[in-house]
Design a protein around this ligand. Structure first.
Ligand SMILES: [Fe+2]
Ligand SMILES: [Fe+2]
Length: 288
């Protein structure tokens, strides 16, 4: 089975990016003869939309992908998929209802709500979010030790403005760690439902499950090292370990950091980060 993996398409962010994504769909996705296509979050922009317009870019892109790929298309949520500037909109409502409706309207599979099984393979997915578990240990910036408060405010020492925008753009009745736990608990339930029937699991998340997948690890830029805290969560890794403990063969696919990490084996599990960034989408094809 040829599984196509992409992420971070950010459709709707602007004309130049959108045309590049459309060309990617036409010139790369369509001729790839895939058996299934997976988008590991940041599918399209939700920010600045409101009311009936919520999900308009998602519907357009996922509909186009479904037609072009000619195979099942599955996606998980990313942080940009739930950004809401409109004070009337709630990111949790977008995460649950709007993206679910988008999937129904485009005949795609929203992995934050349901699994996709193809033969002996189950695709299980979960946005992940962040809980600072993947932060750089003992980080100091501008001569000051970075604390939990800096991470909560998404503002490193020596800065007056946030360097990570989720705190301004994601509105829901949770703190980040609580939201992360809630989201990953949903993933855990779907994973165990899949494991009742399947031993080959493609585990799709937007955030990375462990530091080795963020692609930033060797960076000496202190702000880049600060941003590791927002790259994903070790809760995803805990889910993968649960699958391995039940005898599953797991391929973990993530995105979000816009840094490609080629497929590698860590403790018996295959991992990759698709990478790709604004206007430079990537398609990774894996045979499973
Ligand atoms: Fe992204
Ligand atoms: Fe992201």
């Amino acid at each position: 089975m040829r599984i196509g993996l992409t992420a971070d398409l950010h459709y709707g962010i602007g004309h130049w990016v959108d045309r590049r994504v459309e060309r990617f769909v036409e010139q790369t996705i369509q001729p790839a003869a895939l058996d299934v296509l997976v988008v590991a979050g940041d599918v399209a922009e939700m920010d600045s939309l409101a009311g009936a317009q919520l999900g308009v870019y998602h519907r357009e892109l996922l509909g186009t992908l479904r037609a072009a790929a000619g195979c099942p298309v599955a996606f998980c949520a990313g942080n940009h998929d739930i950004w809401c500037s409109d004070p009337q909109s709630d990111s949790w409502e977008v995460y649950r209802a709007v993206l679910g409706e988008v999937a129904a309207a485009t005949e795609t599979v929203y992995l934050d709500q349901e699994n996709l099984t193809l033969g002996d393979v189950a695709l299980v997915g979960c946005y992940g979010h962040f809980d600072f578990s993947l932060r750089t240990p003992e980080l100091s910036i501008a001569g000051k030790r970075v604390t939990g408060d800096h991470y909560r405010r998404q503002t490193p020492p020596g800065h007056h403005q946030p360097v990570w925008m989720d705190g301004q753009k994601i509105h829901w009745p949770w703190g980040d760690a609580e939201a992360c736990a809630e989201i990953c608990t949903g993933g855990e339930q779907r994973l165990h439902a899949a494991l009742d029937q399947h031993r080959k699991i493609v585990f799709v998340s937007h955030g990375v499950p462990r530091m080795e997948l963020n692609g930033h690890r060797e960076s000496h830029d202190p702000v880049s090292r600060f941003l590791n805290a927002f790259s994903g969560t070790s809760r995803l890794e805990a889910l993968i370990r649960q699958a391995v403990a039940r005898g599953a063969q797991v391929l973990s696919v993530s995105g979000h950091t816009h840094k490609t990490v080629a497929r590698r084996t860590l403790e018996g599990v295959e991992y990759l980060n698709v990478g790709g960034t604004y206007g430079e989408p990537r398609l990774v094809i894996e045979k499973i």
